[in-house]
Design a protein around this ligand. Structure first.
Ligand code: PHE
Length: 459
């Protein structure tokens, strides 16, 4: 995932906001989605075809925002907020969420056999840049902060691009073990496994010294932290941690997640651990599972950077964290071929997931596969052009009938020094056959919108 490559929040404010946003939920109880999306355009236009204009106001989940020069959320993206697919009973994302929660509830209990993991699945996706980036030690110049990668609501607020955005506030509130599930938003390419909105589950578990060394026969002399600050960071551990402590934590983390993979996919699942980098964990790993003969990355995890715990007031503990992608797990588990299907209202899709017990095995049977139509679009790009601007526009104008967009050719004109891009757009409806006329109309609208909004010049 993208992130492989401090300020202090005032406590009362955090608590007040969280109290409004957090709901302790039991997994049986499902809420119906509530959204109000009111978009006031400063000039005429269809919802879905343009950016929210600077200076104009718009609403997300009942809050009013005034657009500024950072605003790049589109009405199409805003229209997805609050759908909370992960909380809709019988939705495949809800079923897989329930299965993961069941695993944590069953396997991690306290003395009185109550589950230790608290579950949050209704936290507002509009977060601050502090939550999404600063609290996670993401450097100022990290590419994920760029407007081309992230949906900004205003300069200081954005649609979370990862559920890790909630780590700090939940630790500040005193939670040591929690799961946070929610919709996350990223500007990205368009294909069968990428959609600008997807769902993640964050897991965090903090341990005290006695908890870490609980299983050790003779723990005398074992500590969580080095007693000098002369020790350097290595590929195995952070400077302040002892190797004993992080090795035990690494074992616990990998064991927790590989057992989860077996719980979800059965004993035969093939998986592998890959070393990687995140600004908020060290060491860090990704778990990949074999999907259609390819290794598919389904989660990132690692030992939490101690500075995060320090900033959140948990300096005597160490912890692990993971973030997993629900769509990817569900695509593998239920054999769902395309990520757009999760947004389908078609009963042919949804009815296949109407089971009372989320542990019931389900294999999705495509109702039918409709033919693709392909059309190319070539144009000269303006100076400040970024590819993700084009992908967003295609999604906004073309909607979910766009299956894939690929940049097939780039050409620099030797004389004019102008660059041209040629994109191949594949159209396919999930529920019917598209006529050539329908495709041509949409393709024309996309071209026109790119001329008007991105100032491209068709070739
Ligand atoms: N937030 C990371 C991502 O979205 C995943 C992650 C979560 C990695 C927690 C490590 C720890 O890519």
């Amino acid at each position: 995932m993208l992130y492989s490559k401090v300020r202090y929040i005032q406590l009362p404010k955090v608590l007040r906001r969280l109290n409004q946003q957090l709901h302790f939920r039991t997994i049986q109880k499902q809420s119906s989605p509530v959204t109000t999306v009111v978009i006031r355009h400063t000039h005429a236009g269809n919802v879905g075809e343009e950016k929210v204009a600077a200076g104009g106001t718009f609403q997300i989940m009942g809050e009013t925002y005034r657009a500024d020069s950072w605003t790049n959320v589109t009405p199409k993206i805003i229209s997805n907020i609050g759908k909370n697919l992960h909380n809709q009973q019988h939705h495949p994302l809800c079923l897989i969420k329930q299965r993961i929660i069941n695993y944590f509830y069953a396997n991690f209990t306290n003395r009185s056999e109550n589950p230790i993991f608290a579950v949050f699945d209704n936290i507002n996706p509009v977060v601050t840049t502090h939550q999404n980036f600063d609290s996670l030690l993401i450097p100022e110049d990290h590419p994920s902060r760029a407007k081309s990668d992230t949906y900004y609501v205003t300069k200081d607020q954005l649609l979370r691009s990862q559920t890790s955005a909630h780590q700090e506030e939940l630790i500040i509130m005193g939670f040591d073990s929690f799961l946070a599930v929610g919709d996350v938003y990223r500007r990205d390419t368009i294909d069968a496994t990428h959609y600008p909105v997807f769902h993640q589950m964050e897991g965090v578990r903090l341990f005290s010294e006695s908890e870490v060394f609980k299983g050790v026969n003779d723990p005398t002399g074992l500590t969580l932290f080095e007693d000098t600050n002369q020790i350097k960071r290595t590929s195995d551990k952070q400077e302040s941690h002892t190797l004993d402590a992080v090795k035990l934590l690494e074992y616990d983390l990998k064991n927790t997640l590989s057992s989860l993979a077996h719980h979800l996919f059965g004993e035969d699942i093939q998986y592998r651990w890959v070393d990687c980098y995140f600004p908020f964990t060290h060491p860090s790993w990704e778990l990949e599972i074999l999907y259609k003969d390819e290794w598919l990355e389904v989660l990132g995890c690692g030992i939490m950077e101690q500075k995060i715990l320090l900033n959140a007031g948990a300096k005597n503990k160490i912890g692990w964290a993971f973030g997993l992608g629900l769509e990817r797990l569900a695509m593998k588990l239920y054999q769902i071929p395309d990520i757009r299907l999760f947004w389908s209202n078609d009963s042919g899709f949804l009815n296949q997931f109407k089971v009372e017990d989320p542990e019931t095995p389900i294999a999705y049977k495509p109702v039918s596969i409709y033919p693709q139509c392909t059309s190319d679009l070539s144009f000269w790009i303006p100076k400040d052009y970024t590819e993700n601007d084009f992908y967003d526009l295609v999604r906004s104008v073309g909607g979910d009938i766009v299956e894939q967009v690929t940049l097939v050719d780039t050409f620099l004109h030797p004389k004019h020094q102008k660059t041209s891009h040629c994109y191949r757009i594949i159209y396919r409806h999930m529920e019917k056959t598209l006529t050539q006329k329908e495709v041509n109309d949409v393709h024309r609208q996309i071209t026109q919108a790119a001329i008007d909004q991105l100032k491209i010049e068709p070739r």
